[in-house]
Design a protein around this ligand. Structure first.
Ligand code: 3HC
Length: 299
């Protein structure tokens, strides 16, 4: 049996645990490509926020004539939302996208392991935590992988697939086929904090924060330099606001702890902004101020 056939057989229903910016984006991508998605959040309030993300993002696609209203309704109809992990019993593939807490992720993986079929694949969208460590919370470490999407998930074409020393080859093949079925480009890497892209990207982002903190240049000029000088779609400070300063801080901190590369020692102002609740677009203020979570810069 080919890998693609195996994927089609196993993966008609998929699960997404955590419907924040990334989880909702991943659920949208899966539903857009015909999968029946079960989205899980911890309580009704978080579920309502997840629903809002999905409605807002698909409404944007309708406005830009990428989807008709009927297709939007069909897409949203393929996603069922719940607060019960047990509703994932029929899923052949589950991706977890909750906050970057190993303890919380392990708890979820432990519970999922008892809920889904023995041959189901458990994946994590972690940006920097150890997939190997997480896999030990299950009785199926060979069927655990990282699938790291990029923000905004409906737009960015890359998915990093993180294989551990025990990830089975067939699982890797199935996940690669799934990522390709979503129209994304898979790249495979080992289990080291930051994987490929964040290891390269975050040294640069952190350096931009240090430059801003040292009042070397304004936020606008730092961002303009990289957009107009280097052709980046957005400047580093605007990108940090998109990623979320809390997420960025956690990623840097984890990479620094693991690799001790000074490039990754989080700039102090990052921590201060996180403590003050300036998390970027999702809270309306980070390096810039926003009217709505994905609106253009206001101030
Ligand atoms: N959700 C869904 N779709 C979105 C979106 C969002 N939040 N933001 C933009 N889009 C879509 C638009 O609908 C549009 O789609 P279309 O071409 O099909 O009509 C397309 O993206 C382009 O949008 P805009 O014309 O409004 O804006 P831009 O051309 O300025 O693009 C951007 C916006 C896609 C965010 C672009 O600026 C970009 O690619 N920025 C860099 C993003 C990046 O580097 N992401 C990686 C971050 S690192 C990461 O995620 C790793 C993690 O571990 C932290």
């Amino acid at each position: 049996m080919t890998e693609t056939t195996a994927t089609a057989r196993t993966l008609t229903t998929v699960g997404v645990v955590g419907l924040g910016t990334m989880g909702a984006g991943i659920a949208e991508v899966l539903a857009r490509h015909g999968y029946a998605v079960v989205g899980v959040e911890k309580d009704e309030e978080a579920l309502a926020r997840g629903r809002q993300y999905l409605e807002h993002s698909t409404a944007r696609a309708v406005k830009r004539e990428k989807l008709t209203e009927a297709e939007q309704a069909e897409l949203l109809g393929r996603i069922s939302l719940t607060t019960e992990l047990s509703d994932l019993a029929g899923a052949g593939f589950v991706v977890e996208a909750v906050v970057e807490s190993m303890e919380l992720k392990k708890q979820i993986f432990r519970e999922l392991d008892a809920i889904v079929a023995p041959d189901a694949i458990l994946a994590t969208n972690t940006s920097s935590l150890s997939v190997t460590d997480l896999s030990t919370a299950t009785a199926r470490p060979g069927r655990v992988v990282g699938v790291h999407f990029f923000n905004p998930a409906p737009v960015q074409d890359l998915v990093e697939i993180v294989r551990t020393v025990v990830t089975e080859d067939t699982v890797l093949g199935e996940v690669k086929a799934l990522v390709e079925a979503l129209g994304k480009n898979p790249v495979v890497c080992g289990d080291k904090a930051g994987f490929i892209a964040n290891t390269l990207l975050f040294g640069y982002l952190n350096h931009a924060v240090a430059m801003y903190e040292g009042r070397y240049a304004t936020r606008e000029d730092i961002d303009a330099a990289m957009r107009y000088g280097c052709g980046y779609p957005m400047g580093p400070l605007a990108l940090l606001d998109l990623i979320g300063l809390d997420t960025a801080y956690e990623i840097l901190e984890t990479m620094y702890r693991q690799g001790r590369d000074r490039l990754h020692a989080p700039s102090p102002i990052l921590k201060q902004m996180v403590t003050a609740g300036l998390l970027g677009r999702k809270t309306g203020r980070g390096f810039y101020t926003y009217e709505a979570p994905d609106s253009p810069v206001v101030v």
